[in-house]
Write a new protein. Structure first.
Length: 137
């Protein structure tokens, strides 16, 4: 159980700015989550195979594989994985539209995002996941 009383969630954080990914992972760990950080879209896809994330928090603009492309691949493998995309840049609408066409379901937050806002957002995702479970019983 996490310190918040919720079932502990696996959170994978991908950002090519290592200090951001690593700091967010440390904050989530302090709050009782299982959190791991990676620094590229490629690393996110590989890490997801073993981490089996409940939540992916990813920067949009990264190296060879963008955060959007990595999220599509991860969500195809783990359909219950919630995705939160972050960007400090104006994201081309065609990139997000293309991801939606590819079946990606995601939330989008503009950087900079205060860690507390991100924590509350993840808690909201957990609440919705719990509610879906209750509704299906």
């Amino acid at each position: 159980m996490s310190q918040t009383g919720n079932i502990s969630r696996n959170i994978l954080i991908a950002d090519d700015e290592a200090v951001i990914a690593d700091t967010l992972a440390a904050i989530f760990k302090q709050k009782g989550y299982n959190a791991a950080s990676v620094h590229s879209g490629e690393e996110a896809v590989v890490a997801a195979q073993s981490a089996e994330p409940d939540v992916l928090i990813s920067d949009v603009v990264m190296g060879e594989i963008s955060g959007v492309a990595a999220a599509v691949l991860i969500q195809q493998r783990f359909p219950r994985c919630k995705v939160i995309l972050l960007s400090g840049y104006a994201v081309p609408i065609d990139q997000l539209t293309s991801a939606t066409v590819d079946g990606l379901i995601f939330d989008f937050l503009q950087k900079p995002v205060h860690p507390e806002v991100l924590l509350q957002h993840v808690k909201g995702l957990e609440f919705n996941a719990h509610k879906e479970h209750i509704d299906s019983v």
